[in-house]
Design a protein around this ligand. Structure first.
Ligand code: DQA
Length: 154
């Protein structure tokens, strides 16, 4: 199966950005681990990070028909972007929302997510492990078809 991991603004600064909240690992280090875990599960991963809302929208649009699942941390756009919400609806690819921190435990303005009700589920508050859990959820929930097809072919 193919999974697209999308990261929004400021997540390119992981490791140096507020490490007490977001951890010490860089995005590259987290992505390396995701790639290793995915290999064990037979999943192919594509990574995309942008600080620009329009680029995120375009990447989501292009995912239509290309991926079995999408894992997205829209970062600050979680709380503001109708455009990212609409792109997820338009693409129609099953999506999982991910956050390193638990926004519900933080400032009031982070409590509202504009995408939570258009994704399959949300994983937040586990630091980098949120991504690894999301990978597992994507494989378990949306990778079934391929495994069943594989079985038929044996
Ligand atoms: C975040 C939480 C957001 O509120 C924040 O703007 C981020 C990161 C997280 O992963 O915890 O940039 O999405």
């Amino acid at each position: 199966m193919r999974i697209l991991f999308i990261n929004g603004p400021n997540l390119n600064l992981l490791g140096e950005r507020e490490p007490s909240i977001y951890g010490q690992k860089t995005l590259d280090q987290i992505n390396d681990r995701i790639r290793d875990l995915a290999r064990e599960k037979g999943a192919e991963i594509v990574f995309f990070q942008s600080n620009h809302e329009g680029e995120l929208v375009e990447r989501i649009q292009k995912a239509k028909g290309q991926f079995d699942a999408l894992v997205i941390n829209p970062a600050a756009y979680t709380h503001t972007s109708v455009a990212i919400r609409d792109a997820l609806l338009a693409a129609g690819v099953p999506a999982i929302e991910v956050h390193l921190s638990n926004p519900a435990r933080r400032e009031e303005f982070r409590h509202r997510s504009l995408i939570s009700d258009v994704v399959a589920g949300t994983i937040s508050g586990f630091g980098e492990a949120s991504y690894y859990l999301a990978l597992q959820a994507a494989v378990e929930s949306f990778g079934k078809k391929e495994r069943e097809v594989g079985k038929e072919g044996q």
